[in-house]
Design a protein around this ligand. Structure first.
Ligand code: PLP
Length: 465
């Protein structure tokens, strides 16, 4: 059917703009983003402001009449987006950095510009195929079994929630085992899904902050003897605190022997497995029933994207598929995938476009090199700290991009003070954490743009603060 009247795509009087204005503002936005990237190393790694100052700049009465889009863009860039952690800054070492790559940002922008939806095959066969391909490429890079299926979510929290719901649907209710180093979002996921308090079995870790397989096996046996039903073990490939990797192969043996679901939280660390060095540290990764990674951490994607992989074909759909009458006409032939049937999200944007775009642009080889660089950076930091034993004690060695250390004689308050002084200057963002109740400073070095000088100077400033 042809249209005999032409309606401008975005009429200015109906929430739109003239074509020239769309282009001009769009290019300005691109300029703001590129300028930010070019000047990033010279601007603060983290910046915060008071609620009053921010509310004054960004708040005010509801704007009833049209305003100035240029000024609005400036205010967002200068105020809102300046006052945050810049996880892509080369000296952002706090928590987990987010060193997004530019090709990935392009994929994200394009998807938003086209108002992409990746819910059903009928309503989005193109974006759905991109997601199938991206999930397959990631699974291949990680060395997961051929039959692995997956879905992209907002991050590790929702990806693990999706995996746990699947585990419960496949296996039935029962006790879940994890450690005191498991990321706190995972027990929260379990509680949200209805796991009772006495079905959450937290185990103490070994001296290297890893799950102890002997303790796990003993706990399973003791729980069975008490009439409990062990169901799932949650292992971590790269803890947030120290980068420690649980002994996945031994844990997988125990899971196989007791018919338990093995979930591996690799939100932080599993991307290390795309390198030969990292893969060697994670034997057994491919034996997971479910695995979560966060490409917005160590796979160079802008927020947000987490991936949930399940190695049992059909398990995601068996858990999440719906068939309401208002969606029947978008169901199509066998072999197609409706991603709305693979997680609790129905309407969902395509988080795969940025993965596809960046993998296509840079190639897997450059991703591997960038991850290897993050691993090497932490090793450099460890070596540098060890050169000054009168001042620094390495508490946990460099493990896939994380090193923890203590200033000789300092307590928790002193560590926190020094981390704050350095972070307040904007030079670098550093945080402290607790290991067995003892305070340590911590660097997470996964940004491939970080230089040895960045690391040296950050450590020196922590020493001098
Ligand atoms: N698991 C680990 C090991 C993490 O480090 C994090 C976040 O830092 C999460 C899970 C939660 O991921 P997200 O913040 O993407 O929900």
């Amino acid at each position: 059917m042809t249209q005999d009247t032409h309606t401008p795509p975005y009429p200015p009087d109906i929430l739109g703009m003239e074509a020239e204005e769309m282009r001009r503002l769009g290019y300005r936005m691109v300029d703001l983003v590129v300028e930010n990237a070019l000047n990033r190393h010279a601007s603060p790694a983290i910046q915060a402001n008071t609620p009053e100052a921010l509310a004054q700049a960004l708040g005010g009465p509801l704007p009833e009449a049209p305003g100035d889009a240029d000024a609005a863009l400036d205010t967002l860039a200068r105020v809102a987006l300046a006052n945050m952690q810049h996880g892509d800054h080369p000296r952002y070492f706090a928590r987990v950095p987010g060193p997004a790559s530019f090709a990935a940002i392009l994929g994200e922008w394009l998807g938003t510009g086209f108002n992409t939806i990746a819910t059903s095959w009928g309503g989005g066969s193109g974006p759905s195929t991109v997601e199938l391909v991206a999930v397959r490429w990631l699974a291949e890079m990680l060395g997961l079994p051929e039959a692995t299926e997956g879905v992209l979510l907002s991050g590790g929290s929702l990806a693990s929630l999706t995996a746990f719901a699947t585990a419960r649907a496949e296996m039935g209710p029962g006790t879940a085992y994890f450690t005191d180093q498991t990321h706190s979002s995972l027990p929260r996921d379990l509680r949200l899904l209805g796991w009772a308090a006495d079905e959450l079995h937290m185990l103490p870790v070994d001296a290297g902050y890893r799950m102890d397989p002997a303790r796990l096996a003993a706990a399973i046996q003791a729980d069975r003897a008490r009439g409990r039903t062990p169901r799932m073990v949650i292992a971590t490939a790269g803890t947030t605190n120290t980068g420690a990797i649980d002994p996945l192969d031994e844990i997988a043996e125990i899971c196989a022997a007791h018919d338990l679901w093995l979930h591996v939280d690799g939100a932080y660390g599993a991307p290390a497995a795309i390198t030969a060095q990292g893969r060697a540290l994670m034997p057994g990764l491919a034996r997971a029933d479910s695995l979560v990674i966060d490409p917005h951490k160590w796979l160079f994607q802008p927020y947000d994207v987490g991936a949930c992989f399940v190695t049992r074909p059909g398990a995601l759909e068996r858990t999440f598929a719906m068939n309401p009458e208002y969606l029947r006409d978008v169901k199509t032939a066998p072999g197609t995938v409706n991603f709305g049937d693979r997680s609790p999200e129905l309407s969902r944007r395509s988080r795969a476009l940025k993965l596809w775009m960046s993998l296509t642009t840079y190639g897997a080889g450059r991703f591997r090199a960038a991850v290897a660089r993050g691993i090497a950076n932490a090793e450099f930091a460890e070596n540098y700290l060890r050169q000054n034993p009168a001042r620094w004690q390495v508490v946990t060695p460099a493990q896939i991009g994380v090193v923890t250390f203590a200033l000789v004689g300092a307590d928790a308050a002193e560590h926190a003070r020094r981390a704050k002084v350095v972070s307040d200057t904007g030079y670098a963002a550093v945080t402290s954490t607790l290991l067995n109740g003892v305070s340590v400073l911590r660097l997470c070095t996964i940004n491939p743009l970080t230089t040895e000088d960045d690391i040296r100077q950050t450590i020196d400033r922590l020493g001098a603060a």
